[in-house]
Design a protein around this ligand. Structure first.
Ligand SMILES: NC(=O)C1=CN([C@@H]2O[C@H](COP(=O)(O)OP(=O)(O)OC[C@H]3O[C@@H](n4cnc5c(N)ncnc54)[C@H](O)[C@@H]3O)[C@@H](O)[C@H]2O)C=CC1
Ligand SMILES: CC(C)CC(=O)C(=O)O
Ligand SMILES: [Mg+2]
Length: 347
């Protein structure tokens, strides 16, 4: 097949892990005879430096015309005090492409049990699909920032809630048949909206699914004490952001968590859950597997190439089984060598 893929390397370790993704997509294309036109565009801090904007119009236009988009990571101390922030570009592209559902799978693997701070017996069989609402809530509300006071508005419409709930329910039907909805309904009005919409929507459309409600503080605890009891976890933007970094440590490292951001039409955006990791940037230390697993999601969910995605995932997991991984997982390989180990299993 022919596909137009746009890469947004971004900042910090973003370009390092994007190189890994590019190499893997190239290797898959070669093995299966696909023609992937892979191009790169400016995004985040790199784009601010070059153009003054975190998401230049040219970049957005290229993404809108693409079949799929891959993003490394954006941000870093260099831009933390600047008027325009790299992260604004990330929020803007998610909004512009209508990517309201962010799928973040957290799946444990026996080869990584030692890398997790959680006891191995709790990690057996953990396979959680977090569905994070991505274009609403407090990240997108009005804000005011004064020297002595500041506020952020958190707002959701029923429609915004329903569409991501449908996405979560459809996934649960194909998986273990359970949905956990996480909110703070004992305090927040928006959470009470989420709860009412969830009760009504599941009663009407998905009565066959098991439905669980958890308050977010307790959910953070249950994720560690009984992670294997979760199937699909659906939640609002802020809670999903936080809980998925926690879930990454069930797997063993933030460098292991991939994601797919999807809307109703147009290209999906595929990105590791981690940030630009300034503390290890430029040192060949970044774990490229979250980026490679995000590339597998791009192949499967972005381009419909299921077999190709499976080959890439198996290559990553085989490396893990053989201990061929980066330092965050207890391995000895650098980013480039870990990527090569995966590529050697694809060709
Ligand atoms: N999607 C994105 O572009 C995101 C961007 N950010 C931005 O990234 C910058 C740094 O944020 P932090 O809070 O430090 O979060 P971070 O996710 O960049 O790093 C947190 C910790 O995890 C480690 N880590 C992250 N990815 C890793 C990988 N692939 N391999 C090995 N270790 C890895 C880092 O070294 C660091 O110790 C900030 O500017 C933040 O706004 C943060 C999260 C997501
Ligand atoms: C700019 C932030 C919302 C990025 C982030 O932490 C994430 O998407 O996980
Ligand atoms: Mg995050």
């Amino acid at each position: 097949m022919k596909a137009n893929i746009v890469l947004l390397p971004g900042d910090g370790i973003g370009p390092e892990v994007t190189q890994a993704a590019k190499a893997a997509l190239g290797a898959i294309a070669k093995r299966f005879g696909h023609e992937f036109a892979i191009s790169e565009a400016l995004m985040g801090g790199a784009a601010i430096d070059a153009t003054g904007e975190p998401l230049p119009a040219k970049t957005l236009a290229a993404c809108q015309e693409a079949d799929a988009v891959f993003l490394g990571a954006v941000g870093g101390p260099k831009w933390d005090k600047s008027e325009k922030r790299p992260e604004q570009g990330l929020l803007a592209i998610r909004k512009a492409l209508g990517l309201y559902a962010n799928l973040r799978p957290a799946v444990t693997h026996p080869a990584l049990y030692d890398a997790s701070p959680i006891k191995a017996d709790r990690l057996e069989g953990v396979d959680i699909m977090v569905v994070r609402e991505l274009t609403g809530g407090i990240y997108f509300g009005e804000k005011e920032e004064g020297t002595d006071a500041a506020w952020d508005r958190c707002a959701y419409s029923g429609e915004e809630v329903d569409r991501v709930l449908h996405q979560a329910a459809r996934l649960a039907k194909k998986r273990g048949g359970k949905v956990t909805m996480v909110d703070k309904a004992n305090v927040l009005a928006t959470s009470r909206l989420w709860r009412r919409r969830t009760e009504a929507l599941f009663a009407e459309h998905y009565p066959e699914l098991e439905l669980e409600f958890l308050l977010v503080d307790a959910a953070a605890m249950h994720l560690l004490s009984r992670p294997a009891s979760f199937d699909v976890l659906v939640t609002e933007n802020l809670f999903g952001d936080i809980l998925t970094d926690e879930a990454a440590m069930l797997v063993g490292s933030l460098g292991m968590l991939p994601s797919a951001s999807l809307g109703n039409s147009g290209p999906g955006l595929f990105e590791p859950c981690h940030g630009s990791a300034p503390d290890i940037a430029g040192q060949d230390k970044a774990n490229p597997f979250a980026a490679l697993l995000s590339s597998a999601m791009l192949l499967e969910l972005g381009l419909g190439l299921t077999e190709e995605a499976q080959i890439l995932k198996e290559a990553v997991y085989d490396c893990l089984t053989q201990g061929q991984c980066t330092g965050d997982l207890g391995g000895k390989l650098g980013t480039k060598a870990a990527t090569q180990a995966v590529l050697a299993r694809i060709i």
